[in-house]
Design a protein around this ligand. Structure first.
Ligand code: SF4
Ligand code: SF4
Length: 139
């Protein structure tokens, strides 16, 4: 058994398809949805972690591609120089995944790496340029 993270991007026509339950049923993989941005009428995006045999993961990716889903390995990571943060909050306004949030009591910025989908929007939003995107090893 192995686990891999993928970013799935799909057109509005595919949004209504049961992509996740299809994978579970056809290839006996378990699917952990790490993040989702899906609204009716516009393109959707899912960040998922698939767990299964190597063959099952390969067949799942092939099946998604055949269905018109763009499927790319999630191999990027966000690096944050937290010690230099001045807690201005600009980055939280663009982070739709909720990975960056101001603590309502301390007013310090909190970064939840697991929720980050590495969209890169905070890189430009931070006036001090405290975020950089780097590649991480595929697991
Ligand atoms: S890259 Fe930045 S804006 Fe995008 S999800 Fe991660 S923390 Fe949020
Ligand atoms: S935009 Fe930069 S300085 Fe402002 S809260 Fe976010 S990380 Fe900190």
């Amino acid at each position: 058994m192995m686990k891999k993270k993928y970013i799935l991007r799909f057109s509005p026509e595919i949004v209504k398809k049961p992509l996740v339950s299809d994978l579970v049923r056809k290839f006996d993989v378990s699917v952990n949805i790490l993040n989702a941005d899906i609204s009716s009428g516009r393109a959707g995006m899912l960040v998922v972690e698939l767990e299964g045999t190597e063959e099952a993961l390969e067949r799942s990716v092939e099946d998604l591609l055949n269905d018109g889903v763009k499927c790319s390995p999630h191999v990027k990571a966000l690096v944050f120089r937290q010690e230099e943060c001045v807690a201005c909050g600009s980055c939280t306004a663009v982070c739709f995944s909720g990975a960056l949030q101001m603590n309502p009591e301390s007013w310090e910025l909190e970064f939840d790496q697991d929720s980050c989908i590495v969209c890169g929007l905070c890189v430009e939003a931070c006036p001090l340029r405290l975020f950089t995107i780097t590649r991480e090893m595929e697991s």
